[in-house]
Structure formats: C-alpha cells, structure tokens
Design a protein around this ligand. Structure first.
Ligand SMILES: Nc1ncnc2c1ncn2[C@@H]1O[C@H](COP(=O)(O)OP(=O)(O)OP(=O)(O)O)[C@@H](O)[C@H]1O
Ligand SMILES: [Mg+2]
Length: 362
C-alpha cells in the first residue's frame, strides 16, 4: 500500500515551475492537512498570499507535479486556502477620475470672503463654458447652499446596496455640502473626523459625472483638520483668498506653507475686499489697505489672479442666494470675477503638476 509523508508532498510541490509566488514560501506548515485513501490524495494547503497573487491554474499545476512524482496517485484533490479570501480583498480606486482639476479655495484667516469668492468663482467658471462642481468642506459653518440659493438635499439612491448621491444643482453648478451630512448642532470636536469622512464620501459616493473644475471651499485655518482635509482630497491645486490687510496676509502665508508641505501647487492669489468705491461719488477707499495680495504674490512668486472690491451687493447676493456673477451681469464686479476665472483657468492649464495621487480603500 503506497504511503506519503508531508515532507514528500512538500518536496514535490516545490518542483512546480513558476507558480505566481515564491516557492520558498512553501513550508511544511503550508500543508494544513492531507489524506491518502487508496490512491487518492486530498490535500489542504494554506499559503501566505492573497488569492489574486496566485495563478488561476495553480491547483492543476500542483496536481500535475504530484502525479508526476508519485505515479501511483490516481486522483489528487487540492484545496488552497489563502491569507485573505477574495471577497475581503480591498480594491483600490483612484479618486475622482472624471474630474480634470480639483481646486481648494483656502485662506488662512476666517471671514475674508472665501466662500463668497468660491461661489462666484464657480459660477464665473461655469460661464466660461466649463463644467463645474463645488464642495462645501467648511465644517465650522457650511454656508454655500445658502449662497447658491439651494435649500434641498441631494437625492440618494442605492445600487446593489451601495449608496449613491446626486449633487444638487443651481446656476449650472453641482454642489455637495458637509451641511447635507453633518447636523448643525454636532459639536466641533466631532466635526473634524466627520468632515474628512464626509469629504471622502463626496469623492466616492457622489455621481459627479465629467467635470472640468471641482472647487472645495475649505474651512478657515491651517491646523490639523485643514491639513487632514488637504491630504484626503486628490488636489490638483489651490487658490488662496486674502484681504489686503497684514493680519490676513500673515495667515495666507501659513496657507501657502501648508500647501507647499503637501506638494499642492497654488495656482494663484485672489484678493477680496480690495477697495470700496462709493456709489455716489465714485471715490475709492482702501478700507483694508491696498496692494497686500499683489505683495504676497510677488514675494511668493505665485500669480495674482485679481482683486474684488467691497460692495454691499456682493453680501446681498450671498445672503439672497443670487451670486453677483449671475445677478449683476455687465457690472464691473462681474467682469472682475470673470477675469479671475479666466486667469485661473489659464494657470491651471499651464501648471505642470498633476492631481495628487490619493487612492483610498473602498
Ligand atoms: N467683496 C465683498 N463685499 C461685500 N461683502 C463681502 C465681500 N466678500 C464677502 N463679503 C461678506 O463678508 C462676510 C464673510 O464672507 P464669507 O462668508 O464669504 O467669508 P469666509 O472667508 O468664507 O468666512 P469663514 O471663514 O467664516 O468661512 C459675508 O457676510 C459676505 O457676504
Ligand atoms: Mg466660509
């Protein structure tokens, strides 16, 4: 009656040619169990690799090599257990593959008009003919839905138990806001982790379709929350919004440093509240000083995209959900915003950098 030992089985298995993994990994313990009944061998192997690292015909090859070495074997049945079953494997997907440019709109300092600029920039960019999306990632106070006149929530549907969201649209802009997912009364300490979770969801579970520009209205500041966010989003670039005032410039420099730390190019600097032009006299007043944005652009070698004046109609446009680029067509302010959008488009297109390569485990 023929017999076989574990070592003999192992010796034969090791003679299998290129089996898609290093034969050195085959050890005695790889043979979890075996049974030889009459001339039929059943063999249970355990291999320290994932299933997709193995060639699909490995069982067949093991069978052949065993039969060749031990010709008395009539039937060989092999069951291979891998370290991770295929169902548990974690496919990776590059985020936002259908979006050309993903751009963070950031400032260091709060209240400089970042959201106002983000909204008007998005609407202006859409008016240049681009397909545009906007993500309100400001965990401290999502304000974009109000500024875009949106009061409904995204539609949600399920495909094979996977949730998908359809962004809400107005003025040709597709919008998702953290405010849609995180309740207003959630304490701020929970908002950080919830925010990066929500932003990740915006990139995996939202039907954005093809977009030329996807803007992210970032929370003000340059702390851990902001840093985590910029590392979560596959950014192609950023724009920094500042007022001409020195305290705003100091924080804007911190913003520049943050993006440089994560290797995200800053496409340009936008100055907001650059001056006030009295509607009755036409006189210009530099309420927050002047030239700060250009000075910052000069010292950092980053393009200056333009400066938007203070105008009560800009605030009203935000409060009433009708951005000035849409509501005040033909005005100087609209022209300035359009110029900023064209400048940004040009700098983004000429930038040599590519989208941050962030992959997430689905
Ligand atoms: N150019 C402008 N002229 C007049 N009002 C403006 C202008 N830009 C912004 N505002 C107003 O200033 C206030 C702050 O603007 P906004 O909310 O856009 O700032 P922010 O930087 O996004 O603030 P936060 O840091 O809180 O997110 C708003 O009431 C807005 O309407
Ligand atoms: Mg804001």
């Amino acid at each position: 009656m023929p017999d076989l030992t574990k070592s003999e089985i192992l010796a034969a298995l090791k003679k299998t040619g290129d089996s898609g993994f290093n034969n050195e990994m085959l050890v005695l313990n790889s043979i979890k169990s075996f049974e030889l009944k009459e001339n039929n061998l059943s063999l249970h192997l355990i291999l320290p690799v994932t299933e997709n690292q193995l060639s699909h015909d490995l069982e067949k090859r093991f069978e052949t090599v065993l039969k060749k070495n031990y010709p008395f074997l009539e039937k060989v049945e092999i069951n291979i257990e891998t370290r991770t079953p295929r169902e548990k494997e974690t496919p990776k997907a590059t985020l936002l593959p259908k979006v050309k440019y993903t751009i963070a709109v950031a400032s260091g300092k709060g209240g400089v008009g970042k959201s106002t600029v983000a909204v008007n920039l998005a609407v202006a960019m859409a008016k240049t003919g681009a397909r545009v999306g906007l993500i309100d990632a400001d965990i401290y106070g999502p304000s974009i839905p109000l500024m875009l006149g949106i009061n409904q929530k995204p539609r949600v549907y399920h495909v094979d138990q996977v949730m998908k969201m359809i962004p809400v649209e107005n003025y040709g802009i597709k919008l998702m806001s953290i405010g849609f997912l995180v309740e207003n009364d959630t304490p701020v300490i929970w908002r950080g982790p919830m925010a990066s979770g929500a932003v990740k969801q915006f990139m995996t579970d939202v039907e954005w379709d093809e977009l030329d520009f996807l803007f992210f209205d970032m929370p003000p500041g340059t702390g851990d929350i902001q840093l985590t966010l910029v590392q979560t989003i596959p950014l192609s670039g950023a724009v920094i919004v500042t007022t001409p005032q020195e305290v705003s410039l100091i924080d804007a420099r911190k913003g520049l440093a943050m993006f440089s730390r994560v290797n995200v190019p800053v496409y340009g600097i936008i100055e907001n509240m650059s001056y006030f032009k009295a509607p009755d006299t036409g006189n210009k007043y530099d309420i927050f000083g002047s030239g700060g944005g250009e000075k910052l652009a000069d010292e950092s070698g980053i393009p200056f995209l333009g400066g938007l004046p203070i105008d009560p109609r800009i605030r009203e446009g935000g409060d009433s959900g009708v951005p000035i680029v849409f509501g005040l067509q033909g005005t100087e302010n609209e022209k300035i915003m359009m110029k900023i959008a064209y400048n940004l488009k040009e700098h983004a297109e000429n930038s040599t950098g590519s989208k941050q390569d962030i992959e997430i485990i689905l």
